[in-house]
Ligand binder design. Structure first.
Ligand SMILES: Cc1cc2nc3c(=O)[nH]c(=O)nc-3n(C[C@H](O)[C@H](O)[C@H](O)COP(=O)(O)OP(=O)(O)OC[C@H]3O[C@@H](n4cnc5c(N)ncnc54)[C@H](O)[C@@H]3O)c2cc1C
Length: 407
């Protein structure tokens, strides 16, 4: 292993010769075509995104102009056949999320919202006309979608939502509010989950709401200390007149529709955690090899190696878990509990890896030019959205005992 010539850079770990990623050689399961795609995304992240990440972080923004860049890489609609692309395997989809999150959780979130949440909702539940209207443009990044489930008073318990779509002749009238909506202020279309009977969670259906409609308001949320490279908005719907064809006719009544999309996004998050962990480990390994203390490199001290070993172990555990999950997903079936386990435990692992990484960097670890603290702060959001750690453990508790403890 050669000694790196500089520190503090975001190296392209997936391609580096002395890589300490993929410790159990799982990437050998990617096909040659999938490897090319993975490396194309990895290259773009390293060469095009990383030089901009500090600027985005300081501005608290990830501009809409990034969408066509991501679209041209083929990261949107990866599970979708047709509409300008072909379906990728679950492992290849995960590998893309891993590379995006190696850059920043905000970047992977942008892709998750567009692809796993909004495009999958349209693909799973939309009419043919809705698919034709939106999916090709969303795949290229020309059109942007958001996924509006959470409300100011209802996050972990979305079934309590107050947003209501009532029949109005052949169409609908939509009223309500949503909070924490990724890309909500820059989207062209919002996938809005609303009750069609007030107070009845079993009446929840999905609607495609064009954001240019009168009565649709969005407000960018400010003051976020986490996930700063991401736009998060509050939405309000004031007597919006929706045409009859705004309803996603194939959306089942109740929460199973949004939960099916959330499962896809959680799967991507679990993969993303491998990338965030690898970024921290790589940068810190490079640093401790050249940073000296008491006249020798930090890398030579036992306590430092113990932390590095812990970082590699947790990263490898996360990778092995999602690799197996990708095989189960390819085989089909309901994996929501397995996805819950992978989502929360891989976020746990990545948080620990990022915290150890930040510690090993000493003072410079608080500077934006080093990635572990940025990842650690981002992971506060990732641990919360798409189901908190508590909720996923309660899902597993229900699986183990047959008793539901979160209600
Ligand atoms: C950066 C960011 C982006 C987001 N993007 C989106 C988006 O694009 N679309 C969208 O719809 N939503 C989005 N969300 C919302 C997110 O899904 C919710 O924040 C999340 O579901 C938690 O809801 P809450 O914030 O209301 O917390 P609460 O539900 O109020 O929970 C607060 C605390 O109580 C705990 N808790 C809650 N219920 C129980 C229980 N039954 N038992 C034990 N503990 C419990 C939770 O684990 C948590 O620790 C986003 C959130 C963030 C922070």
């Amino acid at each position: 292993m050669s000694k790196p010539s500089k520190v503090g850079y975001h190296s392209l770990m997936a391609l580096s010769e002395d890589s300490i990623s993929d410790f159990y050689h799982l990437d050998s399961k990617l096909t040659p075509k999938e490897l090319v795609l993975r490396d194309t995304v990895a290259n773009w992240v390293a060469e095009s995104f990383m030089p901009r990440v500090s600027e985005y972080w300081e501005a608290g923004d990830l501009p809409r102009s990034i969408a066509p860049e991501l679209g041209s890489l083929g990261v949107f609609g990866s599970g979708l056949e047709g509409y300008g692309g072909e379906a990728l395997s679950p492992r290849a989809t995960g590998a893309i999320m891993r590379e995006l999150e190696r850059g920043d959780s905000g970047l992977r979130t942008f892709a998750s919202v567009q692809s796993s949440l909004a495009m999958n909702a349209i693909s799973f539940f939309g009419t043919q006309a809705q698919k034709d209207a939106w999916l090709s443009g969303m795949r290229s990044g020309e059109k942007l979608g958001c996924f509006a489930l959470s409300e100011p008073e209802y996050g972990s318990n979305p079934g309590g939502m107050e947003t209501l779509a009532t029949r109005d002749g052949a169409g609908w009238t939509l009223n309500g509010r949503k909070k924490w909506i990724g890309n909500g202020d820059i989207a062209d279309v919002a996938v809005v989950w609303a009750k069609t009977v007030a107070g009845d969670p079993s009446s929840i259906r999905g609607f495609l709401v064009e954001t240019s409609l009168p009565g649709f308001e969005s407000r960018l949320m400010s003051g976020k200390m986490s996930l700063r490279c991401a736009r998060t908005a509050e939405l309000s719907f004031d007597q919006i007149s929706l045409p009859a064809d705004a309803l996603m006719e194939n959306s089942p009544s109740g929460l199973s529709g949004p939960l099916a999309c959330l499962n896809e996004a959680r799967y991507g998050i679990a993969w993303g955690m491998v990338g965030a962990s690898e970024a921290c480990l790589q940068e810190v390994r490079d640093y401790v090899l050249v940073r000296e203390s008491f006249e020798k490199p930090l890398a030579g001290f036992q306590l430092v190696q113990d932390k590095l070993a812990e970082m590699l172990t947790l990263t490898t555990h996360s990778h092995v878990l999602v690799d197996r999950l990708s095989e189960l997903k390819a085989a089909g079936g309901n994996l929501s509990d397995q996805i819950s386990l992978a989502k929360y435990s891989n976020v746990d692992n990545a948080r620990r890896v990022a915290a150890l990484g930040r510690e090993l960097l000493g003072g410079v670890g608080i500077l934006l030019e080093h990635c572990p603290l940025r990842h650690l702060i981002n992971l506060e959001s990732v641990a919360t959205y798409e189901g908190t750690r508590d909720i996923h453990r309660l899902v597993l508790g229900r699986r183990i005992t047959g008793m539901q403890a979160f209600r």
